[in-house]
Design a protein around this ligand. Structure first.
Ligand SMILES: [Zn+2]
Length: 295
C-alpha cells in the first residue's frame, strides 16, 4: 500500500513535469475557443469605434489580469486611450523583467464595420485578426506559468484601429508609454491561421538579427516552415510600421492573403488552429529568449 502510494506520487510528479511546460498551455483547442468568441457574430466584426470592440478590449484585459500581468510602468490601467474619443482603447500589459528593457508582442484586435446589405453583413475577421489577438491571450496564460524572471519585461499590446490606418499603433509609438529606445524588439502578429499547412511568413528579419536568431532557436522546438523575406512590403502594412519608423527592431509574422481577406467570409471554421497555436508558441519562446529568460 505504502509502496504503491509512493509509486503513484512519483508517477504524478513525472507527468506533471512533462505537461507543465508553460509553452504547452498554448494549444489549438484554446486557440479555436478564443477565435470562436472574438469572431462570433455577436462581436459584430469588432469595428474600433463600436461597443463590441470595447467588449473585446475588456476580454483581453480580464484574461491578462487573470494571468497575473500588470499595467505598464506609470500606468494605472491596462487600457491606453487614443486621441479619438469614439475609439476603443489600446490594451497593454507586461510580465515584469529585472532590467529596464522591453520585448513587445503585438496584434490588432479590431476589424471592420458591418456592411449595409447582403445576406451576411458581418466581417467576422477570424484570421484578421482574431487569430493574432487569441495568440496574445494564450501567450499570457503561458507567461503566468513562467517561474523565472527574464531580464527584459515582456509586454503584450492589443492595438485598436489598425484597419482605420494604424490608429492604435501610431498613438502608442508617438506617445511612447515606454521609451522606444528601450524596446529590444517587437514581434507583430496579424493573420496567422490560414494558407499552407504549418507555414508562416516572417518579414523584417535582416534588419532585426537578434529577433531573427531568437525565432530560429525557438523554431528548433516548434518546427514550423518559416518563409523569410518573401514580402518586404508587408512591413509597412501592419502595426509594426510606426515602430520601424522610430528605429525599433521589429518583425512581422503573417500568412499570405487569401480569398476571404477583408470579406464577410473570414469565418472561424476556415482557420487552422494548429498553425495559429504553433505560431503563438514560436512567438512566446522567441520573446523569452530575446528577453534573456528561460522558458
Ligand atoms: Zn489585420
Amino acid at each position: 500500500m505504502r509502496n504503491s502510494l509512493i509509486l503513484l506520487l512519483f508517477l504524478c510528479s513525472c507527468t506533471s513535469t512533462q505537461t507543465s511546460k508553460p509553452v504547452d498551455l498554448i494549444t489549438p483547442e484554446k486557440m479555436l475557443e478564443e477565435v470562436t468568441f472574438l469572431a462570433s457574430d455577436a462581436m459584430q466584426g469588432r469595428y474600433y469605434r463600436s461597443k463590441e470592440a470595447r467588449i473585446a478590449a475588456n476580454h483581453i484585459a480580464e484574461t491578462w489580469k487573470n494571468a497575473g500581468l500588470v499595467p505598464l510602468p506609470r500606468q494605472s490601467s491596462m487600457y491606453l486611450l487614443v486621441d479619438d474619443v469614439l475609439a476603443s482603447p489600446n490594451v497593454a500589459a507586461m510580465f515584469k523583467g529585472s532590467g529596464s528593457e522591453y520585448v513587445l508582442i503585438t496584434a490588432h484586435y479590431d476589424h471592420l464595420k458591418p456592411r449595409k446589405s447582403g445576406k451576411d453583413k458581418i466581417y467576422n475577421g477570424a484570421d484578421d485578426n482574431a487569430s493574432g489577438t487569441a495568440a496574445l491571450l494564450l501567450i499570457a496564460d503561458a507567461l503566468s506559468k513562467l517561474h523565472t524572471t527574464p531580464e527584459a519585461s515582456i509586454v503584450l499590446v492589443a492595438f485598436t484601429g489598425e484597419e482605420a490606418g494604424f490608429v492604435g499603433s501610431e498613438h502608442f509609438a508617438s506617445t511612447a508609454p515606454i521609451p522606444m529606445s528601450q524596446i529590444r524588439g517587437l514581434i507583430n502578429l496579424d493573420m496567422i491561421s490560414r494558407g499552407e499547412q504549418n507555414t508562416i511568413f516572417l518579414e523584417g528579419a535582416p534588419s532585426a538579427p537578434r529577433i531573427s536568431l531568437a525565432i530560429s532557436r525557438a523554431n528548433d522546438k516548434v518546427n514550423l516552415n518559416i518563409v523569410k523575406n518573401r514580402h518586404p512590403d508587408w512591413l509597412y502594412r501592419s502595426d509594426q510600421a510606426p515602430f520601424l519608423e522610430q528605429g525599433v527592431p521589429s518583425v512581422f509574422l503573417s500568412v499570405e492573403d487569401h480569398e476571404d481577406y477583408h470579406r464577410v467570409t473570414d469565418h472561424t471554421e476556415k482557420i487552422m488552429p494548429d498553425l495559429a497555436a504553433k505560431t503563438a508558441q514560436l512567438t512566446f519562446l522567441a520573446a523569452i529568449d530575446l528577453a534573456g529568460g528561460v522558458p
